[in-house]
Design a protein around this ligand. Sequence first.
Ligand code: SF4
Length: 156
Amino acid sequence: MNYHQYHPIDVVNGPGTRCTLFVSGCVHQCRGCYNQSTWSLHSGHLFTQEFEDQIIADLNDTRIKKRGLSLSGGDPLHPANVSAVLKLVQRVRAECEGKDIWLWTGYVLADLSAEQKQVVDLIDVLVDGKFEKDLADPELEWRGSANQVIHRFTSL
Ligand code: SF4
């Protein structure tokens, strides 16, 4: 997997202070997408084991308390990203007590594959659906267009 950007301290992509990772690769080609540079799986930088370790360390850094991890892109549920994202969320669950995981995808929850669902089973909040320019609304919280749905799986 490749990633485009990583913010170890982020207050924009989800509630509270978070670590946010924008992965590379997206097939949805939404009209009006702000992140077209992330569409290619080969864009950005290689997501290494050291980088994964750094995210876990950042989440557990007590100097600046993080509420959790946000995964966006690109699309973290692009089939080519699923195994690396699954490994990361498994580690967050095992090693980062009390941290929540938010994930944004262009896929729709009901259409996810068994592999994609393995990731979703481990997260707290899924924001799903393509960005629909005609339904865009800057007043919406955590989503760009009204068709997108915030699925909260836990009370975190
Ligand atoms: S799912 Fe997101 S990254 Fe992919 S094309 Fe749509 S808006 Fe862009």
